[in-house]
Design a protein around this ligand. Structure first.
Ligand code: DMJ
Length: 670
């Protein structure tokens, strides 16, 4: 038997006690508080009241800051790496890369170098310094007296147009002002660049009125050269020989530790006729560039940027130094192909000669393994060593035969053991698949239009795009390329897809269906609208198109997709469209975009920066990174777009790799 339960607690079920029951205990507590309050002395009561009032006042005063802070947190941008088309790892600082930092230690950002951001508009509607992600707010809230660094600089900078005669012009990253000390070659018209503002209304398709356009006949080619010099100045001063410039913190980031920006920019300097800059970069390549390093590199990225950059520079300059370097890295990349399936691993250690997939999978990305062919094939042709071409042709043959395609569209992943596609059923022309389509056409062109399998796959894929991915938006009926996931259509389009108008136009120029050119023009309009419909006039990384009839914009942007990484795809396509049609509207669109890059991404001390928010013209929130493709591709394509010389990299003699490095179309005898 269990003993009777002990009643060792006082229950509120007790009957009347002092006239109260448990039902009215709240009332009892109130009365008790009131009694206690009355028992306090007058002084005690006043003191408590005073403290309560003080607390209330502070909460009211802090309310807006807290709200902004919460907003900032919810707007926090995603990691850029999630949107890269590659598997590139988060940015790493090479052990020992910074002077005075022990190997293996990732140095904390140096406080004294914290960016003094360029000026905001002089009159702010409200709390400018409190916007943006929390990390940036910390920088901005570095107070000097009652002012942030930013406000101090803003005070020192004259408002555009208010400059006294003889005073040194100061660049504002938000204004299109140009430094006085940018070199001697600048045209006066560029120095005095002023732009006519439209009325802010969004242009309708085909309507070029009301857009910003140049007055006073600005020399656009000189403007691009000036932009390059400005970017180069930052790179030279703060990141020389390193992979990427961090223009705001005046430092650098490493990815492979191979001077990526410098190599990517070599042929751009050649094309822009920047002789001095080219010469000093060449000296670095000759004296400092070594691939004998114990470092993991991504096969695709190092092929398109380094092998591609060195080969095209060799072709343009005729300097064998660049071919030697290309051979060196090319041979170090070959171990990537030692896999059971011959589908290469994503990463290679160029010092040890070992290769491996990313840590979390044995898959490679389809676009990565099928967009190294132009470079490896050219390397074989130049060196007469067949190994490079053999390795990449093998991949194309395998992919050609694979199951898992849908009307010529390919999945995004392929397994290095089995050689089969994985993650079946998802189809996009954006990240992880994009340049597969581009390289089908370009290899066919490179090889003299003989390899019919490549052409077949390309034609079939474009039909697949038309059938499955092409839709129209509302209200402007913009044609766009969406995505397909297990039969479900999503109106999502990456900025990366904007390579497609250019590729389609290139195909049509090479004798493919005239329909491809029509589609190219329609998609070009869409890519332009991805810029024009944004507050900054710069495209976000990803858009979602509206498909239900409604008023307003065709383009919707999710908070996580609002960043712009200075990507080239739209200007690349504008270049092709202008070359083939000679329609000046493409140059005008490009000029408009170019000015907006200058307005929102230019950093006064040198360089351009990716931004977090293309929808905020007051504070686009700089990311502090200039990707190597800004110099390798974006500025190069701007220059070629504004040039009216069809022989400046003739599209009948060269084919551009996916990093904008021109490689020769093989002579028919090859
Ligand atoms: C570049 O490295 C290449 O253009 C690549 O094909 C895609 N990603 C970047 C530019 O956006």
């Amino acid at each position: 038997m269990y003993p009777p339960a002990r009643k060792d607690f006082i229950t509120l079920t007790v009957t009347e006690q002092d006239g109260r029951s448990y039902n009215n205990s709240k009332q009892w507590r109130r009365q008790s508080c009131w009694r206690k309050w009355k028992q306090l002395s007058r002084l005690q009561r006043s003191l408590i009241l005073f403290l309560l009032v003080l607390l209330l006042v502070s909460v009211i005063a802090m309310y807006p800051t807290l709200v902004e802070h919460w907003k900032g947190l919810s707007n926090k941008p995603p990691k850029e790496e999630w949107h890269r088309m590659d598997n590139s790892p988060p940015e790493q600082v090479m052990p020992g890369a910074l002077p005075g930092v022990a190997p293996g230690v990732i140095p904390a950002p140096q406080k004294q170098n914290i960016p003094i951001l360029p000026e905001p508009p002089p009159v702010q509607k409200k709390g400018f310094n409190k916007r943006g992600p929390p990390g940036l707010q910390n920088h901005l809230q570095k107070k000097k007296g009652n002012m942030t660094d930013l406000q101090i600089e803003a005070k020192q900078e004259p408002v555009a147009g208010s400059r006294e005669e003889g005073e040194k012009p100061v660049i504002s990253w938000r204004g299109a002002m140009i430094e006085a000390d940018q070199g001697t070659e600048l045209q006066p018209s560029v120095k005095e660049a002023e732009y006519e503002k439209g009325d802010g209304a969004l242009p309708k398709p085909g309507d070029t009125t009301g857009m910003q356009r140049p007055v006073h006949g600005i020399n656009r080619l000189e403007a691009v050269k000036e932009a390059f010099r400005h970017a180069w100045k930052g790179y030279k001063e703060f990141a020389w020989g390193h992979d990427e410039l961090k223009p705001i913190s005046k430092s650098y980031g490493e990815w492979f530790g191979l001077g990526l920006t410098l190599i990517d920019a070599l042929d751009t300097m050649w094309i822009l006729n920047l002789k001095e800059e080219f010469k000093e970069a060449r000296t670095w390549v000759a004296k400092e560039l070594s691939f004998d390093k114990n470092v993991d590199v991504n096969l695709f990225e190092s092929t398109i940027r380094i092998v591609g950059g060195l080969l095209s520079t060799y072709h343009l300059s005729g300097d064998s130094l660049f071919l030697e370097k290309a051979k060196d890295i090319g041979s170090r990349l070959l171990p990537a192909f030692n896999t059971p399936s011959k589908i290469p691993f994503s990463d290679v250690n160029i010092g040890k000669g070992t290769a491996h997939p990313p840590r979390w999978t044995s898959d490679s990305t389809v676009a990565e393994v099928t967009s190294i062919q132009l470079e490896f094939r050219e390397l074989s042709r130049l060196t007469q060593d067949p190994r490079y071409q053999k390795a990449v042709d093998e991949v194309m043959k395998l992919v050609h035969k694979l199951d898992g395609k849908h009307d010529g569209l390919v999945p995004m992943f392929i397994n290095t053991n089995t050689g089969q596609f994985t993650h079946l059923g998802v189809f996009t022309l954006g990240a992880r698949a994009d340049s597969y389509y581009e390289y089908l056409l370009k290899q066919w062109i490179q090889g003299g239009k003989k390899e019919t399998e490549l052409l077949e796959d390309y034609m079939q894929a474009i039909e697949g795009v038309k059938k499955n991915l092409l839709k129209q938006s509302s209200p402007r009926s913009l044609t766009f390329v969406g995505e397909l996931s297990h039969g479900h259509f999503s109106p999502k389009m990456d900025h990366l897809v904007c390579f497609l108008p250019g590729t389609l136009a290139l195909g049509a120029h090479n004798g493919l269906s005239a329909e491809h050119m029509d589609l190219a023009k329609r998609l070009m309009e869409t890519c332009y609208q991805m810029y024009a419909q944004m507050e900054t006039g710069l495209s976000p990384e990803i858009v979602h198109f509206n498909m239900v009839p409604h008023e307003g914009l065709d383009v919707d942007v999710k908070p996580a997709d609002r960043h712009n990484l200075l990507r080239p795809e739209t200007v690349e396509s504008l270049f092709y469209l202008y070359r083939f049609t000679q329609d000046k509207k493409y140059q005008e669109w490009g000029w408009e975009m170019f000015q907006n890059f200058n307005k929102y991404t230019r950093v006064p001390t040198g360089g351009y920066t990716s931004i977090n928010n293309v929808r905020d013209r007051e504070y686009p929130s700089p990311r502090d990174k200039m990707e190597s493709f800004f110099l390798g591709e974006t500025l190069k394509y701007f220059y070629l777009l504004f040039s009216d010389d069809p022989n400046l990299i003739s599209l009948d003699r060269y084919v551009f790799n996916t990093e904008a490095h021109p490689l020769p179309i093989w002579p028919s005898a090859a």
